[in-house]
Every structure is written in structure tokens, then in C-alpha cells.
Design a binder for this molecule. Structure first.
Ligand code: PLP
Length: 426
């Protein structure tokens, strides 16, 4: 098929994320990708500003990760996890337990971030069930959150920017607190904890767990909030007997400048989800961690088992590549590398803060965000980014970048200059 036919076929038969089947925008056809470059079928090479949604931290076609994947495929691509186990899962778990917040001792592997969130929520519900508490059935979360597209995950996404307006009466009703206001690098306003206390005073008997994205709210607004908020939430959850679920699916594996965003507050949640960058963007894979206490309570009461078990649980290929990706991350001085990216992102991006159309510019770790005053026109802005030879995927008012960690200084200049050129209309 010719390129044009490929695109037409795609448009006619294949759904893309959040797209129309009858009136979709054209998708670019990718031929291959290497490092920070995405090569299209028409020969154009784009500099990647997205890490394929937070995941490709070591760049595309990474020789170390390729090798891990190929080697494992020669042993076995998959075996069922019921009754069987394997070294890739065991070695991965050993390494993960060394780096996740202290006190998380148990892991449940699943196939995607949304499923990891479902598993986390189910764990919380089964925890209270095992304790004989039949009223702690709801969840509390903060506005502007995003936790995935599956059913229960959707119920704790922001009620306005999420999908509540469509599935309104069909979703479980959860408690929504105002989004944290105090910014990451500003002083904390202790008034922010008042609504939490008030809710907990009245409703803690109905709340199984508090679920939130620590420090960085991703798809719900790309907001960076104060670490004290997280510290206070942890304290209050403990005081009012509510489990804390940290969704680190976007923030995990150094993206924010700490290995996990919870480390900014020095807290250990009761349950924690990771995904996205877990396999360096190679395979869809996720994990839900919990404390010894949560695991034991669930397992001590009838039915004595945790009621979940995906077909591809603990997939050996995914475990092997995840192990290799985390080793590669830890081998390098990731902290100063993220600092380098943070500084470079700020260099140009803060210059456009003064533009009339720009509401805010913020940078944290390897995340750069330009918030516009009005929503961008995807069709127009996508074309403008193409002209700059960079790959960006803005949404709503947010033009944001989280490049692969292997990006060079000169490519960071190219990326941020390209963003500035598009936004300032050059
Ligand atoms: C992406 C994301 C999810 C969902 O992960 P999928 O792999 O897309 O199912 C959940 N929570 C957060 C914070 C995310 O960024």
C-alpha cells in the first residue's frame, strides 16, 4: 500500500485514543524510532517531546532493552502465573522492593496502568471487607485527577475533565476534594487541609481509601502541588483510618526528579501503583504494591485470597525488560541528569511566560508545561510542530513536554525553541 492508502485505511478502520471513527484527524505513519528520533514513512524525522506518554525514558530502540527482550524471548515469552513463577518476576520484584518507598513489601503485576488502579481499589475494598467493615465502600480523591479509563478508575477521575459528564449516573459516586492549591515551590497554605478534615470527620466511616497522584497531577491538568499537602493527607488518613493509594503511574521512575514522587514528602502509602515507564516504554505492564499489613489482613479473612488474576500477569518478557530498564536507570546518575533536563527546559520556556496567550509556564524534573489561556486547535498546532520537526501532543490548554531522559542538551534546545516558536507564532 502507498502511504496515502495506509493513512486512509487507518482512518477507516482503526480507533485511536479519544478519536472519532467517522471524522478523525490524520495520524502520522511511523516507520521506526531510535533514541529521541521518530522517523515517519515519508522520511521526515521528528524529535520526540512526549516519551510516548511518559514511558520511553531511555529512548526508542535501546540496545540494552532490546537485548533483554530478545534474550528472554528465547527462553519463554509467556507462562501463566497461576501456580508458576520465574526468575524475571523474582529478580524484578527484588529490585523494585529496594527502590519503592520503605514498607511496601508485596507486589501484584498486571497489564496496564488502569488495571493497576482497579487492583489497588479492589485491594482497599477487600481490606475493609476482611476486617468485617461493610460500610467503607467509597473513595475520596482530589479534583483534576486522572487514574485511567477503566470503570472504577474512571469514577475517581476529575468529574469535569474526565468522562463523568457522559457516564454520570452509571459511575460509582465518590468524594471529590478541591485540588491542592499551594504550588510545589511556594509556601503551603494550611487552610487547604480544612476540607479534608471536615470530610473525614463526617464521612470516614464510608471511605475505604484516598487515591491521588502524588505531587504531579498529570492528564487532569499537569499541575505540580506542594509536598506538605501530601504529608498532611498521609497524617489524616492514618488518623481517620483511611487507606492511602498513591498513583505513581505517570510520576514513577524519576520523571519528577525523585525516583517516586512520594519521596518528596518522605511518605509510604498503603498501596502504590506504577506503570508507564516501568518497562522503559517497551511493553504494557504495571504493578500495584501494598504494605505487609494490607496484604496480611486481606489474606487472613475469608475468602483468604486476593480476588484478581489477569491472564498475562507477571509476563516474563515485560518483567525482563522492566528489570533491564530499571537497572539502566539506576546505573546512571539519574538525579543530576533530571536536574540538567529541568534546567534546560526552563531556559527557553520561561521566556514565553510573558506572552499574552500564555497563562503559565511550569517545569518540574523532566516535565515542562506551557498552559495557554485558551484551548489549542489540535489540527493547526500539530502542523506547526511538524514544521519545527518536533513531536508534541498537546491537549486542551496544555502544551507540555516530557522528553526521554537520554535527550542531549542540543536536542533540548531544539525542542524548547521549537515549542516557543510555535507558541509565539514565529
Ligand atoms: C496513564 C495513567 C493511568 C492509566 O494507565 P494506562 O496504562 O493508560 O491504563 C493511570 N494513572 C495515571 C496517573 C496515569 O498517568
Amino acid at each position: 500500500m502507498k502511504l496515502k492508502q495506509l493513512i486512509e485505511f487507518d482512518k477507516k478502520h482503526i480507533w485511536h485514543p479519544y478519536s472519532s471513527a467517522t471524522n478523525p484527524l490524520d495520524s502520522l505513519v511511523v516507520k521506526q524510532a531510535k533514541g529521541v528520533n521518530i522517523e515517519l514513512e515519508d522520511g521526515k524525522i521528528l524529535l520526540d517531546g512526549m516519551s510516548s506518554w511518559w514511558s520511553v525514558i531511555h529512548g526508542y530502540n535501546n540496545p540494552v532493552l532490546n537485548e533483554a527482550l530478545v534474550n528472554q524471548s528465547k527462553k519463554m515469552a509467556h507462562v501463566m502465573f497461576g501456580g508458576l513463577t520465574h526468575k524475571p518476576a523474582i529478580e524484578l520484584t527484588k529490585l523494585l522492593l529496594e527502590i519503592v518507598p520503605k514498607g511496601l513489601t508485596r507486589v501484584f503485576y498486571s497489564d496496564s496502568g488502569s488495571v493497576a488502579v482497579e487492583v489497588a481499589m479492589k485491594m482497599a475494598l477487600q481490606f475493609w471487607y476482611a476486617k468485617g467493615d461493610n460500610s467503607k465502600n467509597s473513595f475520596v480523591t482530589i479534583k483534576n485527577g486522572y487514574h485511567g479509563d477503566t470503570w472504577h478508575a474512571m469514577s475517581v477521575c476529575d468529574p469535569e475533565t474526565g468522562m463523568h459528564h457522559i457516564f454520570n449516573n452509571k459511575l460509582a459516586k465518590q468524594y471529590f476534594l478541591p485540588a491542592p492549591k499551594s504550588k510545589f515551590s511556594e509556601n503551603f497554605d494550611f487552610d487547604e487541609i480544612k476540607p479534608i478534615v471536615e470530610l473525614f470527620e463526617n464521612q470516614s466511616g464510608n471511605i475505604a481509601a484516598f487515591i491521588l497522584e502524588p505531587i504531579v497531577q498529570g492528564a487532569g491538568g499537569m499541575l505540580f502541588y506542594n509536598r506538605q499537602y501530601l504529608i498532611e493527607v498521609k497524617k489524616l488518613c492514618k488518623k481517620y483510618d483511611i487507606l492511602l493509594i498513591a498513583d505513581e503511574i505517570a510520576t514513577g521512575f524519576a520523571r519528577t526528579g525523585e525516583l517516586f514522587a512520594c519521596n518528596y514528602a518522605n511518605i509510604t502509602p498503603d498501596i502504590m501503583c506504577v506503570g508507564k515507564a516501568l518497562t522503559g516504554g517497551y511493553l504494557s505492564f504495571a504493578a500495584t504494591f501494598c504494605t505487609e499489613n494490607v496484604a496480611k489482613i486481606i489474606s487472613n479473612a475469608s475468602p483468604k485470597v486476593f480476588m484478581h488474576g489477569p491472564t498475562f500477569m507477571g509476563n516474563p518478557l515485560a518483567c525482563a525488560v522492566a528489570l533491564s530498564s530499571i537497572k539502566l536507570l539506576l546505573k546512571k546518575d539519574w538525579k543530576s541528569n533530571i536536574k540538567r533536563i529541568e534546567k534546560k527546559l526552563g531556559n527557553y520556556l520561561f521566556e514565553i511566560k510573558k506572552l499574552e496567550a500564555v497563562a503559565d509556564v511550569r517545569v518540574l524534573g523532566a516535565i515542562g508545561v506551557v498552559e495557554m489561556k485558551k484551548p489549542v486547535d489540535m489540527k493547526i498546532i500539530q502542523k506547526q510542530f511538524l514544521e519545527q520537526n518536533i513531536w508534541m501532543r498537546p491537549f486542551g490548554k496544555l502544551v507540555y513536554t516530557m522528553p526521554p531522559f537520554v535527550i542531549s542538551n542540543s536536542d533540548l534546545d531544539k525542542l524548547t525553541k521549537g515549542i516557543c516558536n510555535v507558541i509565539s507564532g514565529k
